[in-house]
Ligand binder design. Structure first.
Ligand code: EPU
Length: 418
């Protein structure tokens, strides 16, 4: 609902324990993978967020059955697929909807989809997906607004990806599972969500090696079968809570995550003066000292995630000195700069770099969440600001953060959604 907003009374130190939900991006990929088989796939630890609901609608539009036996489980069954192309009005809601292409093409020999929507954070082409399908023998045509891909049976190929696209790697990996012969993806993305998808596919009978590295080898098989999969913890949600602890000078234990997946963030937080202790599945973050300016670069994994770039920029408004924030993944992911300025931050952007002078004392005002992570940055700024911050368009946040306001309130924040 576009009118929903957060109201935050800032200035409270966060304290306590935050539980991390399942990963948004791993969940939507696992949902797409269920299209590869007629049997049921059972997903656990699925976050209750908007993007999961959007993806469920996309699968249902194709004839798949989607049930939610509990708030964190999904039962998916693609036994009777009746369409090979999701409606454009659903596809524009969600970038991950384009991931139906790989499984449909591999299993049924045809798939069509409009260019997907998603956050407005820069040009988001799909050329690497299409080039990969074509390399595997698919015929790719434009049919009105949609891309149509057809192939009797895909065949294994050696594919060089121009850019290590996350969704591109997932789409091509799924397509290759049922191809005839072996596919090698060179310059694949290495994000943990790719390794978790490959783990699920291997449980379904696929033969994938190297997922999580930049070269993935997939030996095609004739058929796959249903499986159960637990969705990995959301490293971006965990990182957002770590920054929330730091920006409020708080003391928060973040539980149920894989700390090694957040090493780039932990390293930069420590460099900025935040105390971070790592346990097996917990991060203990204390922001009890002065923060120092740092330079960060958002790059593909294992570098600092682009999805944590805006939240880190909010933190750096509180650091002593000049911080440089370089966004190197997307070409328009600094739109939050103008919103932070409304709150009193000394930040300017030039090209894909934000330059932040600090510390500045932030003041609550009305701001707009322009995309999910820009919205997260404003929530963090609001927690640190004096007075009342009103954040509009929080539907962006609801797409990817499960019960963000409840979780922050349980740590002592004064945040209400209205
Ligand atoms: N790119 C190309 N050609 C392509 C595809 C991508 O040049 O065919 C470029 C893009 O222009 C962009 C870069 O590659 O500059 C990265 O895009 P990528 O394809 O890797 O992003 P994505 O797969 O569309 C996923 C996540 C994003 C996350 C990025 C980068 C999902 C559903 N989305 O998007 O998550 O930012 O990887 O890690 O997995 C978010 O959670 O807030 C979010 C936007």
């Amino acid at each position: 609902m576009a009118g929903e907003r957060y109201i935050i009374e800032g200035g409270r130190r966060l304290q306590g324990t935050a539980e991390v939900s399942g990963s948004k991006n791993a969940a939507v990929a696992a949902m797409a993978a269920s299209l590869l088989v007629p049997e049921e796939c059972h997903l656990e630890n699925v976050p209750a967020i908007g993007d999961v609901s959007f993806m469920a609608e996309v699968l249902e539009s194709l004839g798949a059955e989607v049930e939610r036996p509990s708030s964190s489980t999904l039962r998916l069954r693609a036994a009777r697929i009746t369409a090979f192309s999701p409606p454009t009005e659903q596809v524009v809601n969600l970038r991950a909807s384009f991931m139906v292409m790989g499984p449909l093409l591999a299993r049924f020999g045809q798939a069509a989809c409009s260019p997907p929507g998603g956050d407005v954070i820069g040009q988001r082409p799909i050329d690497v997906h299409l080039a990969g399908f074509a390399a595997m023998g698919a015929d790719i045509r434009r049919q009105g607004e949609k891309f149509l891909a057809e192939a009797k049976r895909l065949r294994g190929a050696r594919i060089f990806m121009d850019y290590p696209s996350v969704l591109g790697t997932q789409n091509l990996t799924m397509a290759a599972t049922l191809a005839k012969g072996t596919t090698v993806i060179v310059n694949a993305a290495a994000e943990p969500e790719i390794a978790s998808l490959a783990e699920m596919l291997n449980k379904m009978g696929a033969r994938i090696q190297g997922a999580g590295s930049h070269t993935i080898e997939i030996e095609g098989v004739d058929a796959l079968h249903g499986t159960s999969q637990r969705i990995i913890p959301d490293r971006i949600e965990a990182g957002t809570f770590a920054i929330a602890a730091a920006i409020t000078g708080g003391d928060v234990r973040i539980c149920g995550l894989e700390p090694q997946r957040l090493y780039s963030l932990v390293a930069k937080l420590r460099e900025a003066g935040v105390k971070v202790d790592e346990g097996e599945d917990v991060l203990h973050v204390r922001g009890d000292g002065q923060l120092t300016a740092v330079t960060i670069q958002a790059v593909p994994y294992p570098g600092l995630a682009t999805d944590l770039q805006a939240p880190m920029a909010a933190l750096l408004t509180q650091a002593q000195g000049v911080s440089y924030v370089h966004e190197r993944v997307f070409d328009n992911r600094l739109l939050y700069v103008s919103e932070l300025r409304k709150m009193g931050a000394e930040v300017v952007s030039t090209g894909n770099t934000a330059i932040i002078s600090g510390p500045t004392s932030l003041v609550g005002t009305s701001v707009r969440a322009l995309d999910i992570r820009a919205g997260a940055a404003l929530v963090l700024a609001g927690l640190a600001a004096h007075g009342r911050t009103e954040i509009f368009d929080i539907y962006h946040l609801n797409r990817g953060y499960q019960c963000l306001d409840d979780k922050l309130r349980s740590l002592g924040a004064n945040i209400q959604s209205v």
